[in-house]
Design a protein around this ligand. Sequence first.
Ligand code: NZQ
Length: 386
Amino acid sequence: MTNFEFKNPTKIIFGKDTIKKITEEIPSDAKVLMLYGGGSIKKNGVYDQVKAALANANVVEFGGIPANPEYAVLMDALKVIKEENITYLLAVGGGSVIDGTKFLSAAAVYEGDEPWDFVQKREPIKKGMAFGTVLTLPATGSEMNSGTVISRKETQEKLAFGGPALFPQFSVLDPQVITSIPERQLVNGITDAFTHVLEQYMTYPAGGLLQDRFAEGILQTLIEIAPRVIKDPSDYEAAANFMWSCTMALNGLIQQGVPGDWAVHMMGHELTAMYGIDHARTLAVVAPSHYKYNFETKKEKLAQYGERVWNITEGSVDDKAYAAIERTEAFFKELGIDTKLSDYTSDYEGTAEKIAQRFTDRGWKGLGERQALTPQDAEKIVKMAY
Ligand code: NZQ
């Protein structure tokens, strides 16, 4: 295990009927910008609960943040922050609204002219406007981490960045909110969280025995609750375990002291930027090919995962590792998630070359846990995923 320093300052307020508690978390003299997405919160009662909690607060609203939060829309929200002298941001939504709010937190105090500059530079963000979140969709873990991913249609880019200033001050996790989530987004959430764990686990044995078991525990929990959540999102026990698993999958805990891969996300982000494919589905497209391509360097962890998570006990390390990849792909398919790029677009020729070129242009010469995955490797992996 390597040395680490770990601080996660986000306060989690978890459980039934907890949205009303935001009143206690937001400073009483704050001028709040409440940010939300396309309007689902107005249909499922979340909007009313937030408004009731903020009845005595000074609140301005900004709705319409789209999935894969779009830079141009966020720049409109930034204008509101400046014109209205906003001092506190409240995200009410899924990963897209929360990520958009994180961008705005940084942009609100940014001294340069063009916030896209800090997105592109990917330097750690050390200053930001305070914000909290009310999570409506378990998936990304954004509610308890300091990362964000912003899209820009104009340039077909989707870039991740973050920094210590971008942890939410608090996040309200009321599992009851999942009752209104369409099945497509529920299975996206399960797949996203599952892949987050894999990115931090499917590397090489690094002596993080506890981190491995935390990771395996989250994977097993997601596998166990997936059919229950899909069958009946009002099953509170399943919803609560789903929500907490997604948060724990990417709040930093399982990443401490062990290597991380994240190449699947980097390739996946490009597929969303080019084709608008849901984030989680891009991960299910890339991951199986990525693990097959990097089989030799990942097979020990693949076999351990196969044994401990899927109960694959027969055969050699290679046999178990290969079966684990197959089982993972089958799991995504059982959820109703297609695992080939050609399932989503017929216009895929040239995608792999384009991604390799983008990685080269950005200087991403070595991705993965050993920083050894070149743009040419990425090209081959994406081709395998056609
Ligand atoms: O826009 P609204 O009306 O809110 O509807 C949303 C949206 O259409 C809907 N939804 C959310 N909660 C709902 C609901 N519908 C009914 N009932 C509810 N309770 O679901 C749709 C998708 O929402 P979105 O926020 O886009 O989904 P998700 O949470 O999966 O976020 C995806 C974004 O997060 C980024 C992704 O790249 C993508 O841009 N990620 C952020 C990460 C992070 N910050 O750590 C890591 C992730 O891997 C990921 O990259």
